[in-house]
Design a protein around this ligand. Structure first.
Ligand code: SF4
Length: 146
């Protein structure tokens, strides 16, 4: 199956998630909206640095941007320590959980935010994770033999 389409969709939905979070902060404070954007950029770059830089698929990454950025670190692929996996999870949690404080006040934005996350997660789980070339990723699964 072509992985580029779900990979690109994952990137688009991830971007929408962050934009919805920023949009939810805007009526309260431009500073908070800017602060959330900054946190997402820092957390995203850290994810690329600690996780994607060691990915054997970074030069052909289906999510395009993280793989491209990861090539700036000339790091050989290797297994992830549990510390790196936990840190990556915490960084994703920071991006997702911070806007919940304001999303709770807007049902529409809350629903859009979580629909995008669920679509990105399901498409990764069903299409990208089975047989993924990153054998070190804890979400990778073997493709069942026909
Ligand atoms: S395929 Fe590799 S480089 Fe691309 S997002 Fe996943 S871990 Fe990062």
């Amino acid at each position: 199956m072509n992985r580029t389409i779900p990979g690109t969709l994952g990137l688009i939905f991830g971007t929408i998630v962050i934009l919805v979070g920023i949009f939810a902060f805007l009526p309260i404070s431009y500073y908070l909206a800017g602060g959330y954007l900054l946190i997402c950029l820092i957390a995203g770059l850290l994810i690329v640095r600690v996780f994607c830089a060691s990915c054997p698929m970074k030069r052909t990454c289906v999510h395009i941007i993280p793989g491209y950025l990861a090539t700036f670190w000339n790091q050989s692929p290797g297994p992830y320590s549990s510390r790196i996996i936990i840190l990556t999870g915490i960084l994703f949690a920071i991006i997702i959980l911070i806007p919940q404080i304001v999303l709770i006040a807007s049902l529409y934005l809350f629903v859009i935010f979580w629909i995008c996350i669920v679509i990105a997660a399901i498409s990764s789980y069903l299409v990208l994770c089975p047989g993924c070339g990153n054998q070190y990723c804890p979400f990778r699964r073997e493709v069942p033999k026909q």
